[in-house]
Design a protein around this ligand. Structure first.
Ligand SMILES: [Zn+2]
Length: 215
């Protein structure tokens, strides 16, 4: 399993949620995949629970009960983490391929559809406002209650949204995905204040260096 090479604590409960879509916020629980600066914030079952509450997938009371459940049951915790990472990395591969204007692998599309179908089997169609929503019972099916809304978010984007708006941050050692909701569709960074500014500083240094070498 990958770990945060900085050795710092997981920020699962405080990561910026800047992707404009739940599914992509979920893929952004790690960065610089496979690279020298990889940060992994989902390292154990409890991190999945903490992120799910942070992203409002489950309620406060669900979080507390779920943390107690994964604390008491190592198998449940391990399965929760493995299933979450499987969904996360499937969505990531699909999103990253689309952002490069490449077709996502059939295997990944099939896997996403299979997870969706599996999770939906334990959901209830419940009244919400003037309409209905899918609801899961986290006390009965924790993994499905967390993965269900995330898989649904990914499928809603894939089936109903403009795929040209799916982008990957251009920052070095980042790789975060987001759905560009800006009017002009010119968003390039996960966060301007993080990757955008780093790129600006780098471009400035580069220009400064070139100017020096030329003069
Ligand atoms: Zn970034």
């Amino acid at each position: 399993m990958t770990t945060d090479r900085t050795g710092g604590p997981s920020r699962a409960s405080s990561l910026p949620l800047v992707a404009s879509e739940l599914a992509f916020d979920f893929t952004n629980t790690t960065s610089d995949r496979g690279g020298p600066s990889q940060l992994e914030h989902l390292r154990e079952g409890r991190d999945v629970v903490l992120w799910a509450r942070h992203a409002k997938v489950i309620s406060d009371s669900d979080r507390d009960a779920s943390l107690a459940a994964v604390e008491a049951d190592a198998d449940l915790a391990a399965r929760l983490l493995a299933e979450a990472l499987d969904l996360r990395d499937t969505i990531y591969r699909i999103g990253a391929a689309i952002s490069r204007r490449q077709p996502p692998a059939e295997e990944d599309r099939m896997q996403l559809a299979a997870i969706h179908a599996h999770c939906l089997a334990s959901a209830r169609l419940s009244p919400f406002g003037d309409g209905f929503v899918w609801r899961w019972d986290a006390s009965q099916t924790l993994s499905e209650a967390i993965r269900g809304p995330i898989a649904l978010s990914a499928l809603t984007v894939l089936t109903q949204q403009n795929l040209a708006r799916i982008k990957q941050c251009e920052g070095d050692h980042c790789g975060w995905l987001f759905f560009d909701t800006t009017k002009n569709r010119l968003r390039r960074w996960c966060e301007m204040s993080v990757c955008g500014n780093r790129a600006k500083v780098r471009a400035f240094r580069q220009r400064h260096f070139e100017a020096k070498t030329v003069s």
